[in-house]
Design a protein around this ligand. Sequence first.
Ligand code: ZN
Length: 255
Amino acid sequence: MRVLVLSDIHGNLEALAAVLDAAGQWDALWNLGDMVGYGASPNQVVEMIRPLATLTVRGNHDRICCGLTSTRNFNPMARASAKWTMQQMSAENLEWMRALPQGPLETERTPEDEARVTLAHGSPLHEDHYIHNMRDAWAPLQQMATQIAFVGHTHIQCGFAQKEHDWHELRPHYASREGSQMWTLPIAAEVRYLINPGAVGQPRDFDWRAAFAIYDSAAREVVFHRVPYDLDAAQERVRKAGLPKRLALRLREGC
Ligand code: ZN
């Protein structure tokens, strides 16, 4: 089974369109949340991803933008964009977001591969936890119910692998920051993996290109991808919407 794994679209319609275009054919789409917040196209993004996603877990921005929890813990920029998003979204889209499950979710068994996979927005242990380094990854790697978990939330494309006392961090190596690039991670038996496909709509690893991953359960590999998208159009929409200017600038900086 070939699965498109994506996270943190953040209302960036141009980035999502480029990812769907570049991903080719897939059998399932796993969406790790934060579809909205920051970007200027929340309704369009939800309406594009909703019919395509096989499984979706909610992100903290999804939860807050549909009014399930308050903006209290958000910084002023995140709060301003959450309030704007809440006002823009249709009643139907808000209702759909309110019903989204909180991670972790376990996927169905696939025909070729008996293994299930865990999906979470932040961590398999808590939807709001950030996994930035091996220290953050250690407890979830021990405690998660499956060999592989996909997580988002940090907006940084990376992975963490562990086999008994042997562990390492994984960072995709790309030849350049131009054009479309990919990097393959083979999945080894008896190694546990936490994998972050990166952010579609607001990368924070100093690479502005949209990030996603393809998990191939038969080939036992995860392929990380970066693809360029119409950045100018996405920035223009943010400016026209009257959202904080920094939200447009940071798209180019990739941070
Ligand atoms: Zn996010």
